[in-house]
Design a protein around this ligand. Sequence first.
Ligand code: AAL
Length: 430
Amino acid sequence: MKTALLIFSAIFALTSTSWAQQDQPATAFPFVMPDEKPDRPLSEAVARNYDGYDFIRPEQNELYSQFKYTKLAGFDYHGGDGTVTRRDPSKVIFANGKYYVWYTHRNTGFKSVGMSRAAEATDKIPSADWDLSDIYYATSKDGFSWQEQGVAVPRPPKPQPGWRSVTTTDILVWKGKYYLYYQAFMEASGTRGDFCPVAVSYADSPDGPWTSANQVVIPNGAEGEWDQFSIHDPYPLVHDGKIYIYYKSDFDQRPELKPSKIRMQGLAIADNPLGPFKKHPLNPVINSGHETTLFPFKKGVAAIVQRDGMEHNTIQYAEDWVNFKIASITELLPVAAGPFVPDAFTDTNDGRGITWGISHFINAAGDWKRNHTVLVRFDCDLSQDIHDDGMKEHYMKYGPEHHYKYGLSGKQRERIANENKKRLENVSGK
Ligand code: AAL
């Protein structure tokens, strides 16, 4: 027995030593980073640089960009008193020699009371910032200065879908006609939650008049399914001769966890703009995000995934339009972005990408008592057709004041003070 043990130990020692030696490369990693994955043992992280990304530097990564923001001219927010909001812009299209954008517009003369006080909402007093809203649109010659044209899709009469509020719209151009998909609220947001399905209106011109299909086109899921309550942020693109609508749902809210909602993105596909839309069996297809922005890129589709989830603050890519992987990590991503996507509806196999669009800033005055959202322009370089070094830097130099603005809360200071007190007591042996 003892001999056997000695033999086993010797074999193990020899094999493990040679294994360790095999694992140790003969030379150090080179100063000049190999363009192709080198044939040598690599750490997981450096191997991921080759296997997980198409580029080894952010500057070269076509799906990496910083984002630059510009205040828009042409929109009146009533002095920021909270009675007027514009938010959740659609993609931007170019038609009739100008740019068009559609968005949620609220102006009932009252401030919103907040989702938690939905019971106090009336047919004039909004609960959430997007309650009692209509779909408006604006046009522009340059994407910076906009002219509001007025209402595109008004709230319909009860009991039509959206009678309480029509919000968070997006545009589809299909066979020469125009379609606006939007969240169709039938209760004040916050009554049970932010619950709604998606409805659609259509027109022969981007200037309307718009006709409501007067039907839900993307229904809530069945009881117990991930998207049983909310179908948010409908986002149509054309791929493979069909209409692909990506959408968000909020689910698995647990009172013991905070913030507790999980937010993910689903996909529904149809041959006809008015449906029926078939939800993808692999839904949810993106594991993070909130008002997720997408655009055709090369053969696949790219997604700006911001705000929520384990992979927030990433730009992702799915060559098959379903299975997404992280293409880059970035910062100050546009919120609820509606980019100008020239090939959104051309069923392209060589998506060119994006360079600008409209997004929004919630609580624009920094005062929840007069909460309102404003539209803003963003610019970036997520395009095969430009290379803007100024958008490929990877270190936003936030000043000290920006960091101090997000300083410690009173509760955190109290925790630290208690830790210090305990440490001092231990020293003095109290
Ligand atoms: C937005 C979107 C949807 C939600 C609310 C208004 O950011 O996710 O539209 O319902 O918030």
